[in-house]
Structures are given as structure tokens and as C-alpha cells.
Write a protein of this length. Structure first.
Length: 150
């Protein structure tokens, strides 16, 4: 029993490490706006699959690590990931029972919400401009979700 719990924690941790690496790999200039939010996809998957192991606290930690890797203002992505994952965790039973295409649309909308929330948090602290092309990553996440969730 203890080895199974350890194996599941290692699998969850490895998936987050891979998602962090994929999230921070630089993309060519024009394609950077099409980068999927790997951390959001991985965190949403684990919250829907194992809500007792991965929750809002996990999202906060992953978001803080994301801030550290990017060198941005510490806490912005952690707080915003926590807000979005709270919405997922609050409704995980409803989301789990939806059709796959409905889940994909909701994940896409949550991805767009995350982009807007991150912009809002950074706008309060420093002078940044919003790039509406960044919302295309929500569409990419919407397309990737059915492939990712199986």
C-alpha cells in the first residue's frame, strides 16, 4: 500500500516537472502566443483525476515554481493558478461527468481566464500591455485536452 502511494506521488511529481520544462522552453517569436499552458492542463487533469492528492495548494506551489523559472514577480502565477484550479476543484464532479468536448471548451475558457488574470496581476504591479493574441493558447488547450485526458 505504501509503495503504491509513493509511486503515485512520484508519477504526479514527474508530470509536474515535465510540464514545468515544457512551459519554460522558449518558442520562436511568432509562435510563442500559441504555446499551450502545460501546467494548467496537467494540474486540471490531476485535480479531476485525484482531487484528494492535487488541489489548490499544489497549484499554488506549481505557480510559484513557474514564477521562479520565468523570473517574473513572485506570486502572480501562483495566485492566479490557485484561483483557476479552485474553480476546477469546486466543480470537479460536474466536470468529470461532462462530455469530452464540453470539458475541452471549459478548459479552453479557463486557460483564457488564466491569461487575463495573469495580465491583471502584472498590470497592478508594473506597466505591461495586454496582447490579445495570447488568448489563442486557450484554443490550443481546447484542442489538446481530448488528447491529454486519455
Amino acid at each position: 500500500m505504501a509503495s503504491r502511494i509513493l509511486q503515485s506521488r512520484i508519477a504526479i511529481g514527474c508530470s509536474f516537472v515535465i510540464a514545468l520544462v515544457l512551459q519554460t522552453i522558449p518558442w520562436p517569436g511568432i509562435f510563442d502566443v500559441l504555446r499551450p499552458s502545460w501546467l494548467l492542463l496537467v494540474t486540471c487533469y490531476w485535480v479531476l483525476a485525484l482531487p484528494h492528492r492535487v488541489n489548490v495548494g499544489s497549484a499554488l506551489i506549481v505557480g510559484l515554481l513557474w514564477d521562479l523559472l520565468l523570473g517574473s514577480t513572485l506570486g502572480i502565477r501562483g495566485m492566479m493558478m490557485s484561483i483557476v484550479i479552485y474553480l476546477v476543484a469546486l466543480n470537479f464532479l460536474v466536470l468529470r461527468n461532462m462530455a469530452l468536448w464540453q470539458q475541452a471548451v471549459i478548459i479552453g475558457l479557463l486557460s483564457m481566464l488564466l491569461e487575463v488574470l495573469i495580465f491583471g496581476g502584472e498590470y497592478l504591479i508594473q506597466d505591461v500591455t495586454f496582447n490579445p493574441l495570447a488568448l489563442w493558447s486557450g484554443l490550443i488547450n481546447c484542442v489538446l485536452w481530448p488528447c491529454y485526458s486519455y
